[in-house]
Design a protein around this ligand. Structure first.
Ligand code: RB5
Length: 145
């Protein structure tokens, strides 16, 4: 199960990603915001990331206008490795190398078709499990202390 959340800058793209994922049969919970709301993105980043860290969701997708604010906020939560991606190669590599558990997207910077491909690529990719990548992720975890 995955979760998705956005602020007002990401709401329109979130609606398209939700339709896309549900059409594909992917189970996804929308943690807000709602249509027409104007909200503060750190609140939604925290809500989704805490749920991912708690194990309620395997992975999450956060969308704001640029994806930058969501990614900055998400990476403050211990246990979260959030990756802002604007291309499919990065989306694949951030799973294989960084084991990123949150994908961030820019609702005002990405076309919806590219965004859907980035999401599909991210969800299909797996952590490589290679020792050198695992070691580096452990080093990142130590930075949280
Ligand atoms: C909201 O206007 C905008 O600042 C937000 O969506 C995001 O782009 C911040 O990084």
């Amino acid at each position: 199960m995955i979760a998705i959340a956005s602020d007002h800058g990401g709401w329109a793209l979130k609606a398209q990603i939700l339709d896309h994922l549900r059409d594909k049969g992917v189970e996804v919970d929308d943690l807000g915001c709602g249509q027409g709301d104007t909200v503060d993105y750190p609140e939604y980043a925290e809500k989704l990331c805490r749920a991912v860290v708690a194990g309620t969701y395997e992975r999450g997708i956060l969308i704001c206008g640029t994806g930058i604010g969501m990614s900055i906020a998400a990476n403050k939560i211990p246990g979260i490795r959030a990756a802002l991606c604007a291309d499919c190669y990065s989306a694949e590599m951030t799973r294989q190398h960084n084991d990123a558990n949150v994908l961030c997207l820019g609702g005002r910077t990405l076309g919806s078709e590219l965004a859907k491909k980035i999401v599909d690529t991210y969800l299909a990719a797996k952590f490589s499990g290679a020792e050198h990548h695992a070691r580096r992720i452990e080093m990142i975890k130590k930075l949280e202390r």
